[in-house]
Design a protein around this ligand. Structure first.
Ligand code: NAD
Length: 289
């Protein structure tokens, strides 16, 4: 019997999300507005913001983009956030991470009015998530992962989920969101002993470590669902790649792992495709409150 591996495509789901959100926005009396603050000019941040603007354009949301100099002091950033907090034409505020090292990330994020915290990173929303409260705004990548699992009817309740990576942005919120959905969750990280043993135990393996093709055939077994969150720039060229465009690979060795497991999300076209869509789902949730 030939086993086929299910590819968990984020692109078709993102396209249907675009249609659904644009239909919703047409019916609103206000145009949803997301204010993005960039500090400095990191090329990756600029590219991520460009993707957000493009998505906003597609669904009819407004995205404003303010670039502050990378030497700016805390009070300059805090003043801008307070101004946006008070601006009733802005429903969502996002500070693009990472920040220059002289700035205090926690103070900056916590200056955002929780009602406009589209990234779900303020203490208020972190606490809501921790307590499985009724007012959770889930960070976009975590929401994108759940959307992908739901779309493919992959049950999480009662399943053993191993999350590799414990960042505040991805690993931790994803793990807690799955715990809130009654999964049995193990979080692994740099200090985990016998990582291969842990990952092979999973029914659902979620990898967010930022190491190209790190998870290979030795880390998986048949029957697993593998979600690859990693986005790593590679010099490998890919079929149909546009000249001059960067190429990306995940944290999972797709060629090897896809021959073994039951389902896997590709990179690109998996979780990454869902993350921006999920950010705008958060914005629409805020607008509709
Ligand atoms: P991070 O650097 O903040 O955290 C990495 C985590 O991985 C840490 O907790 C660390 O302990 C763990 N780790 C690193 N090496 C490890 C190893 N050898 N074994 C076990 N654990 C290890 O990274 P992040 O912000 O969480 O991002 C992770 C990856 O996900 C990156 O490739 C990033 O580009 C990608 N990412 C993708 C999306 C998306 O939309 N698809 C969104 C955000 C981040």
């Amino acid at each position: 019997m030939v086993m086929t591996t299910q590819i968990l495509e984020g692109i078709s789901l993102r396209n249907s999300t675009i249609e659904r959100l644009s239909t919703k926005i047409k019916l609103l009396s206000v145009q949803p507005t997301l204010a993005v603050i960039q500090i400095g000019n990191l090329a990756d941040s600029t590219a991520f913001i460009k993707a957000k603007k493009a998505f906003g354009d597609k669904i009819g949301a407004r995205v404003t983009h303010t670039i502050l100099p990378d030497k700016i002091k805390m009070d300059g950033v805090v003043a801008l956030i307070k101004k946006l907090n008070a601006d009733s034409s802005v429903q969502g505020i996002l500070v693009q991470l990472p920040l220059p090292s002289h700035l205090d990330k926690h103070t900056i994020i916590d200056t955002i009015d929780p009602k406009k915290d589209v990234d779900g990173l303020t203490s208020t929303h972190t606490q809501e998530l921790w307590e499985d409260g009724s007012d959770i705004i889930l960070p976009a990548t975590a929401r994108g992962i759940l959307a992908l699992l739901d779309h493919y009817n992959i049950q999480v309740e009662g399943k053993k989920v191993v999350v590799v990576g414990r960042s505040t942005l991805v690993g931790k919120p994803t793990a807690i969101a799955l715990l809130n959905r009654n999964a049995t969750v193990i979080i692994c990280h740099r200090g985990t002993e016998n990582l291969k043993e842990e990952t092979r135990r999973a029914d659902i393996l979620i990898v967010a470590i930022g190491k190209a093709k790190f998870i290979n055939k030795d880390f998986v077994r048949s029957g697993q669902v593998v979600i690859d969150v990693g986005i790593n720039i590679t010099s490998e060229s890919k079929p149909r790649q546009e000249v001059g465009k960067k190429s990306f690979v995940g944290d999972v060795d797709f060629e090897e792992v896809s021959k073994i497991v039951s389902a896997i999300s590709p990179v690109p076209g998996g979780v990454g495709a869902m993350t921006v869509a999920s950010l705008f789902e958060n914005l629409l949730d805020i607008v509709e409150k």
